[in-house]
Design a protein around this ligand. Structure first.
Ligand code: SF4
Ligand code: SF4
Length: 134
């Protein structure tokens, strides 16, 4: 599965809402696989990915209607979590990200995403952070 960097966060935060019915169907299928017990090999790609494929905002290869924003989300995710454009096991990478992520990092990456104030992203992505402090 191809995933762009900030989608490592979105696939953790996703709770069933999305841009269109096709997008939601695709997200449901991919997140079910990613959240399963079976390790999933992913290719981290610095471009449009398997989530973008079914998104009405995709305008072409590496072209999203909010490209400036999503490229910034990608860049910050790469910087915070020291990511490379290569293969990973999704569950291992998420475990590493969850060890490092803080509320400040997430706000810096995501705060101007339209989903940030209304979705479960903060709660889900920061679950481990809060568990370690309770
Ligand atoms: S707030 Fe937006 S960019 Fe951040 S994880 Fe959620 S959907 Fe993705
Ligand atoms: S909004 Fe852009 S980056 Fe996000 S899934 Fe759609 S095409 Fe991809």
């Amino acid at each position: 599965m191809d995933l762009r960097p900030h989608h490592l966060l979105c696939t953790q935060g996703y709770s069933g809402k999305g841009y269109s019915e096709e997008f939601v169907d695709n997200m449901n299928r991919l997140t079910a696989q990613l959240r399963g017990e079976e390790p999933v090999r992913i290719q981290l790609c610095f471009s449009t990915d398997d989530l973008c494929t079914c998104c009405p905002n995709k305008q072409g290869e590496n072209q999203c209607s909010t490209n400036e924003k999503v490229l910034r989300f990608d860049r910050k995710t790469v910087e915070y979590f020291q990511l490379e454009e290569r293969e990973y096991i999704y569950q291992e990478l998420i475990a590493q990200i969850q060890k490092k992520v803080t509320p400040e990092m997430l706000a810096d990456i995501c705060s101007d995403c339209a989903w940030y104030p209304v979705s479960a992203c903060k709660e889900k992505i920061l679950k481990r952070y809060h568990e370690n402090r309770s």
